[in-house]
Design a protein around this ligand. Structure first.
Ligand code: PMP
Ligand code: GLN
Length: 381
């Protein structure tokens, strides 16, 4: 028996995308843009495939990409990363997460995890022998407080996993919440594994603050990023692990036996995008905010209760508050099968005591797709 993995269901993202493909439904489930992504970056990747070097790149990543990552985080987040000792390129944030859990978590270590939880975390933590301690966040604000952290942190706590901006909640945590978490990390001598893949996808006046930048957190934080989310190229699977040299040393030992490297053409193209982003990092979120508003306003007109979204590709609908009595999963299955629109039931991202009234919708889509989605969701209701 291999219970940790064999007993897992297929991830809800693949389940819903599979149903959407099979039924020809509009897919507002899994998070990916329907725009093909920045042409200059894709052109650079194509040039590299045709005329560049296509053999194994250095294990830690192409030097130009590691430098570009450090430079980008310096400019955009004020971080002072040394690319030679503190930046590792991985095959997506997914590999970065696996490397972090496998390299760092020892059997019996307690790991504080917030739910709703990105579904890769718990199986990896358990595979490493870690013991998750769940903190349950609730709509509409999805915030944690001192009492919740005090109940979760114990003298066995060695790690906390923070996804910020939060998928699926669409929350960008304010400094005061990060300060509270940092206080617990320092008091309990805990390392933070920060999944910040949505860091560039923030709207309006929200600002992403890396936990690593808080006092006393620089040396005890592993920061994870993803070019897939930065540039809307989700299939590329180019990720980054940033951490102090001692942590990076251990992370690199896991990375070398997970994937060893990541395609050099894609790394070179991502380096190019980070070095010469043009207006991408303002135009991309501005365009997404317009799409968020189009979906949100359309659903509101149809009588749905829409929750705020400050970041990510997602906004949430509170079904119960919209007068839908069905739980999220039943509604989502009916919506895809009967009305032809796929969404993510957020209860799938809780392990214990799920919130069952929230439907996550992806708005990184063209207007016609969003309008069709609104109409079909209204029909399902
Ligand atoms: N973490 C979170 C919170 C995500 O939303 C995603 C992608 N949906 C990932 C990790 C995985 O990123 P990647 O595609 O770079 O592996
Ligand atoms: N992160 C994407 C989402 O939240 C899904 C990634 C995946 O399919 N594993 O929709």
């Amino acid at each position: 028996a291999h219970p940790v993995y064999a007993n897992l269901p297929t991830t809800v993202f693949e389940e819903m995308s599979g149903l959407a493909r099979e039924l020809g439904a509009i897919n507002l489930g899994q998070g990916f843009p329907d725009d093909p992504g920045p042409l200059a970056i894709r052109q650079k990747a194509a040039d590299e495939v045709l005329n560049g070097y296509n053999q194994y790149p250095p294990m830690a990543g192409l030097p130009q990409l590691r430098e570009a990552v450090a430079g980008h985080y310096g400019r955009s987040q004020g971080l002072d990363l040394d690319w030679k000792t503190e930046v590792t390129v991985t095959s997506g944030a997914t590999e970065a997460l696996a490397a972090a859990f496998l390299a760092l978590v020892e059997p019996g270590d307690e790991v504080v995890v917030f739910q709703p939880v990105y579904d890769a975390y718990l199986p990896l933590i358990r595979r490493a022998g870690g013991v998750p301690r769940l903190v349950r966040l609730e709509p509409p604000h999805w915030r944690f407080d001192r009492a919740m952290l005090a109940a979760a942190f114990t003298d066995k706590t060695r790690f906390v996993v923070l996804n910020n901006p939060i998928n699926p909640a669409g929350v960008v945590l304010p400094r005061e919440d990060l300060e509270l978490l940092a206080e617990f990390c320092v008091a309990h001598d805990v390392t933070a594994i920060c999944d910040e893949v949505w860091e560039q996808v923030v709207f309006d006046r929200a600002a992403h603050i890396p936990l690593m930048s808080l006092p006393n957190m620089r040396g005890r934080t592993v920061k994870i990023g993803s070019a897939g989310k930065m540039f809307g190229l989700t299939g590329w699977k180019v990720g980054f692990l940033c951490a102090a040299p001692e942590l990076t040393h251990a992370l690199a030992r896991a990375h070398q036996f997970l994937t060893f490297t990541t395609p050099p053409s894609l790394q070179a193209a991502v380096a190019f995008g980070l070095d010469e982003p043009g207006d991408w990092f303002t135009a991309m979120p501005a365009g997404l905010a317009r799409s968020r508003d189009r979906l949100g306003e359309g659903l509101t007109r149809e009588g749905f209760k829409v929750l705020a979204s400050q970041g990510t590709y997602f906004l949430n609908v509170d079904l119960a508050a919209s007068g839908v009595s069905e739980p999220d999963r039943a509604f989502a299955l009916r919506a895809v099968k009967e009305a032809g629109v796929a969404a993510i039931p957020v209860s799938a991202l809780y392990e214990a005591d799920p919130v069952t009234s929230i439907l996550r919708l992806c708005f990184s889509k063209g207007d016609a797709t969003l309008d069709g989605g609104i109409e079909r969701l209204a029909r399902a209701r």
